[in-house]
Design a binder for this molecule. Structure first.
Ligand code: GDP
Ligand code: MG
Length: 440
């Protein structure tokens, strides 16, 4: 099970409690500890984090607009963001990059991915095969360079990596030069010597270390070792897609003070992301683009007639407004889960435009009474026939709409047990709720 899912489960335990008190916060912290340690975050970091969360959650003053539950969520979110590092901004001018790392970490693949990244930014790129220990690595890089359509430099058969680099520099005219260096199965003096020689020849503006997420917290130790040999400007953590230890790797690297620059999230050339811990944690918690979502929610709130949503009982019309708002918001379901409710069924969030249009004409064919009390329609099937005719759709369509409405009604009933949940959704749609989740 992945880290995000476990974190969301731990947080939803908190939000499902009838009220939040000190014991609830302590139970949450215990859950978080278990989840993070199982993802290979170092015990020391986990305890530092727990202490901070406990202090901030229970002892600092919360914003007036927030309930304790929301305050705790905000603290947890912010502390996780802090634990997982910062955001990186790659330079977009002419520059030279040295890439270091052990065998199998994903170094050669990453050189090509980074080349692809800069190409998408409109820069010309050349990659240099200076891994002299494995001729196959040079061929691999040559192939990948063709794939991403960038220049490739090497001297086949040459054993002096620095010489390959010097030669490439005299021949290349590209904006960005990226050098793939020799890896080793372990950090040793010979590799350090080679790296230093390449660094001297290249005079790199940026030096990235490639580590694989599956080594977990060992990534921290590796960053320190490499940094002592050649000063690192950033770490590229690969295989974030396949490892349960990604959180451990990221937190350990950032604890050393090194920056996480990129993360590799797959084998394809496009599977590279510029790192941003806020976005990363947002995604773990089920809100992929928290900042973007907040802006979107505010915009949609202005377009949506919120007064229609503010009524206590769910009517056909409020339901339709919700569907429309949900459709515009897209990841709304994820906000629900962040607030601790169950994820909304996909069918609610992702109605097709066609369906929404059909629903609208059904609603237009309903009497005022029917809109207020959907049970009327179920009680007298003739009404279904009439609505279907009026809307130009089948009776089956009408029944489908009704059953979705009934499902929502049932869920709303469950939400209401979760004190004030309805209100939260309404505030959220009004922009207030989400605004409060903003990082200060
Ligand atoms: P090197 O020895 O460090 O140069 O490693 P390679 O670049 O040859 O990569 C080793 C293996 O890891 C290859 O099969 C790559 O496709 C794979 N790999 C690299 N980065 C990623 C990643 O982000 N995700 C996944 N799933 N595989 C990756
Ligand atoms: Mg390689």
């Amino acid at each position: 099970m992945d880290l995000g899912k476990k974190l969301r489960e731990a947080l939803s335990k908190l939000t499902n409690r009838p009220y939040v008190d000190e014991d609830a916060v302590k139970a949450l912290i215990k859950d978080l500890q278990r989840v993070l340690i199982s993802s290979d975050v170092s015990v020391k970091l986990v305890f530092q984090l727990s202490k901070k969360i406990e202090e901030r959650a229970l002892k600092t003053k919360k914003l007036e607009a927030l309930s304790l539950r929301e305050h705790v969520m905000k603290v947890v979110y912010e502390e996780l963001v802090e634990l997982m590092g910062t955001a990186y901004a790659p330079r977009l001018d002419k520059h030279r990059i040295l890439v270091a790392g052990l065998f199998g970490s994903g170094k050669t693949t990453s050189v090509a991915k980074v080349a692809h990244y800069y190409k998408t930014k409109g820069l010309s790129v050349g990659v240099v095969g200076a891994d002299v220990d494995r001729p196959a690595a040079q061929e691999q890089l040559e192939q990948l360079a063709k794939q991403v359509n960038c220049a490739f430099f090497t001297i086949k058969g040459e054993k002096d990596a620095a010489k390959i680099v010097r030669d490439a520099l005299t021949r290349s005219k590209e904006d960005v030069i990226i050098v793939d260096s020799a890896g080793r199965s372990a950090f040793d003096d010979q590799m350090v010597g080679e790296l230093k020689a390449i660094a001297q020849a290249l005079n790199p503006d940026e030096t990235y270390l490639v580590v694989s997420a599956d080594i977990g917290q060992v990534a921290g130790k590796q960053s320190e070792e490499f940094n002592s040999a050649v000063p690192l400007s950033g770490v590229l953590v690969t295989k974030m897609d396949g490892s349960g230890k990604g959180g451990g790797a990221l937190s350990a690297v950032s604890a050393t003070g090194a920056k996480i620059a990129f993360i590799g999230v797959g084998e394809k050339m496009g599977d590279l992301e510029v790192y941003d811990s806020q976005r990363f944690v947002g995604r773990l918690l089920g809100v992929p683009d928290l900042k973007g979502l907040m802006e979107k929610v505010e915009r949609i709130a202005q377009e949506t007639d919120v007064s229609k949503l503010a009524t206590e009982d769910l009517t056909i019309e409020t339901f339709y407004e919700q569907l429309k708002a949900a459709k515009k918001m897209g990841p709304l379901g994820n906000v629900f889960s962040m607030l601790g409710a169950a994820d909304l069924p996909k069918e609610f969030v992702q109605q097709s435009e066609d369906k929404l249009k059909k629903f609208e004409s059904m609603i237009n064919s309903m009497t005022k009474q029917e809109k207020k009390d959907a049970k009327l329609i179920r009680k007298q099937p003739a009404r279904i026939t009439r609505i279907a005719k009026g809307a130009g759709c089948t009776e089956k369509d009408v029944r489908e709409f009704l059953s979705q409405f009934e499902k929502m009604e049932k869920m709303m009933g469950q939400f209401q047990k979760n004190r004030g949940f309805r209100k939260k959704i309404e505030q959220m749609l009004a922009g207030g709720q989400i605004g409060n989740m903003k990082l200060s």
